[in-house]
Design a protein around this ligand. Structure first.
Ligand code: GLC
Length: 575
């Protein structure tokens, strides 16, 4: 095992933390979180064990889609600070060993973007072809709008110029036309710009939609994946170790194509797969992708108290290129989408975790955070995070998860989970000194309010969730087999238990997670071990010696979890 490889391919064992500057910490007292506020909390993130911050959009915006509607790809929203403030925050993070990646939202712009204002001013506008226009929406192309509660079509009629423009998201987010070389050049320039300010890559928004080349006409991209490859090559030329972390919510086999590891004939909704003679080498597109399939099956498993669905999702993950990685997560800033489950499965999860219609959106997701879904049961919450950090991949936290923040169901739709970070039990949860009515997002009330859930109290409590997550980040970083290793399910008799193992050269870890409320005794055999080995508990103290043929039996509490390092005589890793 070459431990030094973990430094080159840093993303394979990173601890990623997603935050929105607007709701993280307001330093100038105007009610809006800001970049100087972020800089103040870099040390907190370091203490937590974060190694990579993912900044949600901080660009100038009319803010109708939480900043995902951008009017200047090169700008910083003046409410949040300046380019100077951003560079200071990035530099401070770097000093603490933390990289920063930023959202790259180039599937669309805001309809207030100067390019679109120009484009809709007339058919002869130099920016007309920067967007996708048609005289009539093509009937044969079934393009569902992503937000069915707000939009009935992915095409919007523009009265002045008498054509329709494409918008896969809200109508105020016209899709850019990446078949236009000028648009492609501009996107590369945008990437180059932020890279030159010291970031380490991008979380790429809505990748399958970006690659979609609708309204195909002369000049349409013959192979959209070729375009993704070119973006990755550009990234490589501008920075040696930058990453593209893609949002690709598609079935696993289609996701494989987006790593650039596909075999050639796939037809993901993001494109046409490899064209004939496609020359890509494996691993030359996205560096990482979120594993939406494992996430959705995690919730199904939790709802059923049956590890089966999660185990199946993990086992059926396709092989990915050696340098690529899955990003695992429990929650993000969007709805908890369950769109890849069957209707019946989705209803099971709704019934268990979000029965009230106001907890559901778009017919496919929940607008809740994890702890309220689990009735605040600390055993269950910890078990889920123990699972997250022990799954094969790179864990991604959404701000506030580390202290067990809840949602605010009085907020509409996805805003429910985008509330202000809870730092103290003081005014506005320590987020801001402004008056409550001036806050960018109201503070959560009730049982998950800052009175009960806040950083300050948990930092001083050795038994807090925050300190537990810190333990998990520390152990995760000390077990690179979790990011690099070969995954297998360990056979044992209990359906409510997930027993899995990750092995990377001589390093091996077994995870036991009990999704049910009753304690169980879990017998299993580790084929390549014997009584000279030891199973060392990494989340508590204790060591167990397996039998001659590697047989062992472990107790796991109700909603319990254990991480067992398999050690052999002469093993010199620190315990
Ligand atoms: C992505 C973002 C989501 C946003 C959408 C449109 O799905 O995660 O928040 O609304 O793209 O940009």
């Amino acid at each position: 095992m070459r431990i030094t490889d973990t430094a080159d391919l840093w993303w394979k064992t990173a601890v990623v933390y997603c935050l929105d500057v607007e709701t993280f910490l307001d330093w100038n007292g105007d009610g809006v979180g800001d970049l100087p506020g972020l800089a103040q909390r870099i040390d907190y993130l370091e203490e937590l064990g974060v190694t990579c911050i993912w900044l949600m959009p901080f660009y100038p915006t009319p803010d109708r889609d939480d900043g995902y509607d951008i009017t200047d790809f090169y700008g910083v929203d003046p409410r949040l600070g300046t380019h100077g403030d951003l560079v200071e925050a990035i530099r401070t993070a770097r000093d603490r060993g933390i990289r920063v990646i930023v959202d790259l939202v180039v599937n669309h712009t805001s309809d207030q973007h100067p390019w679109f204002i120009s484009a809709r001013s007339g058919k002869n506008s130099p920016h007309r072809d920067w967007y996708t226009w048609v005289d009539q929406p093509p009937k044969d192309l079934k393009l569902e709008p992503v937000f069915p509660d707000a939009e009935t079509s992915a095409w919007e009629y523009d009265r002045k110029t008498k054509q329709y423009y494409l918008h896969r998201f809200y109508k105020y987010q016209p899709d850019l036309n990446v078949t236009n070389p000028q648009v492609r050049d501009e996107i590369a320039k945008v990437m180059g710009f932020w890279l030159s300010l010291g970031i380490s890559g991008f979380r790429v928004d809505a990748v399958p939609f970006l690659l979609e080349t609708i309204g195909e006409r002369p000049g349409a991209l013959p192979d959209p994946h070729e375009y993704l490859r070119s973006l990755r090559q550009f990234l490589g030329r501008r920075t040696g170790d930058g990453i593209l972390l893609g949002e690709v919510n598609l079935p696993h086999d289609q996701q494989q194509l987006f790593f650039g590891g596909g075999s050639g004939s796939g037809s993901g909704s993001g494109g046409k797969g490899r064209g004939k003679g496609g020359s890509g080498t494996a691993g030359d597109e996205l560096t990482m992708q979120f594993d939406f399939i494992a996430m959705q099956n995690l919730y199904l498993s939790l709802a059923r108290q049956d590890a089966g669905p999660l185990a199946k999702a993990l086992t059926e993950r396709p092989d990915i290129p050696p340098d690529a990685q899955w990003a695992t997560f429990v929650r993000n800033h969007d709805e908890l989408t369950l769109d890849k489950l069957s209707d019946e499965e989705r209803q099971e999860v709704f019934a268990a975790f979000g029965p009230d219609p106001k907890m559901q959106v778009y017919g496919r997701g929940l607008v809740r955070r994890l702890p309220p879904m689990l009735d605040g049961d600390p055993r269950r919450v910890r078990m889920v995070y123990s699972l997250l950090f022990s799954l094969p991949g790179t864990p991604v936290l959404f701000y506030g998860e580390e202290i067990g923040m809840g949602e605010n169901l009085e907020q509409t739709s996805r805003s429910a989970v985008r509330t202000a970070m809870q730092w103290t039990d003081g005014k506005n949860g320590g987020f801001s000194t402004a008056e409550p009515e001036d806050l960018a997002a109201p503070v959560v009330t009730g049982g998950f309010s800052p009175d009960h859930v806040n950083v300050a109290a948990q930092r001083n409590d050795p038994d807090s969730l925050l300190n537990f997550i810190r333990l998990l980040t520390t152990r995760y970083r000390a077990c690179p087999e979790l990011g690099w290793g070969r995954f297998e399910i360990v056979q044992q008799p209990h359906s409510q238990v997930l027993a899995h193992r990750l092995t990377w050269d001589d390093a091996s870890l077994v995870g036991l997670h009990n999704l049910g409320p009753d304690a169980v005794s879990v017998p299993f055999t580790l084929a390549d071990t014997d009584s000279d080995c030891e199973l060392v508990d990494l989340l508590q103290t204790g060591t167990t010696r397996p039998g001659k043929k590697g047989e062992a039996e472990m107790q796991v509490d109700g909603y319990g979890y254990r991480w067992l390092r398999v050690t052999r005589p002469g093993d010199r890793r620190l315990r």
